[in-house]
Design a binder for this molecule. Structure first.
Ligand code: C2O
Ligand code: CU
Length: 491
């Protein structure tokens, strides 16, 4: 299928607007801005020359409207499921949590990277069926960052997100404002995801050859969508732009670059600003990771710059001067990031990322700490303590590991002896520790755990006690047991 490139303008998701004010028991006597995000089915064209495809989206759009929050200004969001009763993608009823006794369509929204209470965190089993809704509250008591919201329903998250249930959630704060980074219409989210598109223009999701167990272990697309369009273009002025890259793909990691050797100035990662901007020819993003980059188009009037995923151009920037002056800046220091000391950790949890044959060898599933989702909680950090989690990857693939509730820092990756582990469960390192890459030196909430490596992270477990989750963000893995609850115990 050859499609004309760069004929559709890049869609910019609408800004979500509160529909009123409401009070909430967590904020007595203080009415809060109240948003309503309705999940609806609709049809949309992914490219000018393709017929429209069915999709699902928050606010009836894909990506959903962008939520803009300010630090320490809490908001309420009613997530309302107005979807049909039947799913349009292939459910695997043999997967835990997606059995036939459950409603086929179930949703629960999670704001990825947000610190809220357990009842507002989108716990996978807190799903609700069409006709129902759930009000969640978000304190936004955290640093400015590019977060995103998406579905998290047990056993069908991969299908719900693939259907289109995702959007950007941005937090801004004063510390960031004084930096005078590019703002207004020169600050935009760019949400990347893979989809499989048939000649008919319709989305489809792959299936295994077992009709009773259609789950597949990964889903890479034949099309890379930018804010929901295939090969879009964006008219820009010859000045700086702040682009908030979000990898919302089920499986694919992106290795992005710009044509003509134009560099990215990376200014932020998952949980906000880096200490200093980093000039980079390539930006790599694993599923759920974010990077904010500044691209400087000054002096390029009349030119085109293409955004590439590896060798393929996926989007085009067209530079046209409209006579506006650029008064923005990219200061050489963005903020100070205090490193968490390994010595401050009260515990170092060794947790495996493994594959297991279920019963007779198939289907495959992935597990954390050798345990199923439904096994009793084993990760139970105490509120306000610091822990190290050493994730031992026993598989042949990299897994993007995500913890809810907390931000963390990457300590190191270190090669280990897989044979020794399999023999006697002893952790034998086979080489020196590799420090995190420069772009991993900021605050993170998702980290690439490489094969053959122990990936060690450190976090201070601040937040309200309760039940949260940690999981692989390859959505196919997450849905099939590569997710575990964790319990934050009161101090
Ligand atoms: Cu992006 Cu548990 O989620
Ligand atoms: Cu995984």
């Amino acid at each position: 299928m050859t499609l004309a490139r760069f004929v559709d303008p890049l869609p910019l998701p609408a800004l979500a607007k509160p529909v009123g004010q409401r009070s909430h028991p967590a904020y007595p006597g203080k009415p809060l801005p109240f948003y309503r995000m309705e999940m609806r089915a609709f049809k949309t064209q992914l490219h000018r020359d393709l017929p429209a495809t069915p999709m699902w989206g928050y606010g009836g759009s894909f990506p959903g409207p962008t939520l803009m929050a300010r630090r320490n200004e809490p908001v309420l969001i009613e997530w309302a499921n107005a979807l049909p009763d039947k799913h349009f993608l292939p459910i695997d009823h043999s997967i835990h949590g997606a059995e036939r006794d459950k409603p086929e369509v179930r949703t629960v929204a999670h704001v990825h990277g947000a610190r809220t209470t357990a009842d507002s965190d989108g716990y996978p089993e807190a799903w609700f069926a069409p006709g129902r809704s759930l009000v969640s509250h978000y304190p936004n008591a955290q640093d400015a960052a590019t977060l995103w919201y998406h579905d998290h329903a047990m056993g069908i998250t991969r299908l719900n997100i693939y259907a289109g249930l995702l959007g950007a959630y941005l937090i801004e704060d004063d510390a960031e404002h004084v930096l005078n980074l590019p703002a207004g219409d020169c600050d935009l989210p760019l949400i990347l995801c893979d989809r499989l598109i048939a000649r008919s223009g319709e989305l489809y999701y792959p299936v295994s050859d077992d009709p009773d167990a259609p789950w597949v272990s990964e889903c890479n697309g034949n099309a890379i969508l930018c804010n929901g369009k295939l090969f879009p273009f964006l008219e820009v002025e010859p000045r700086r732009y702040r682009i908030r890259l979000i990898n919302a793909a089920n499986t694919r990691f992106y290795e992005l670059s710009l044509s003509g050797g134009v560099p990215f100035q990376q200014i932020a990662s998952d949980q906000g600003l880096l200490a200093a901007p980093l000039s980079r020819a390539h930006v790599t993003l694993y599923p759920a990771e974010r990077a904010e980059v500044v691209i400087d188009f000054s002096g390029m009037d009349g030119k085109q710059v293409q955004l590439r995923q590896q060798a393929e151009a996926i989007m085009e920037f067209r530079v046209r001067d409209r006579g506006r002056k650029d008064t923005s800046a990219v200061p050489s220091t963005l903020r100070s990031i205090e490193r968490l000391a390994a010595a401050s950790a009260v515990r170092d949890r060794v947790l495996t990322l493994g594959e297991q044959d279920d019963a007779g060898g198939s289907p495959m599933m992935m597990m954390l700490g050798g345990k199923h989702w439904s096994a009793p909680v084993t990760e139970d950090p105490r509120q306000n303590t610091t822990e190290i989690w050493s994730m031992v990857n026993l598989t042949g693939d990299a897994h993007p590991m995500h913890l809810h509730l907390v931000r963390f820092q990457v300590l190191e990756r270190r090669p280990f002896d897989l044979f020794a582990w399999n023999e006697s469960k002893t952790l034998k390192y086979t080489g020196p520790a590799i420090p995190p890459d420069p772009e991993e030196m900021g605050w993170k909430d998702t980290v690439r755990a490489d094969p053959g490596m122990v990936t060690r992270i450190i976090a201070r477990f601040e937040g309200e006690p309760g039940r949260y989750v940690w999981h692989c963000h390859l959505l196919e893995h997450e849905d099939n047991e590569m997710m575990r609850p964790f319990q934050l115990l009161p101090a």
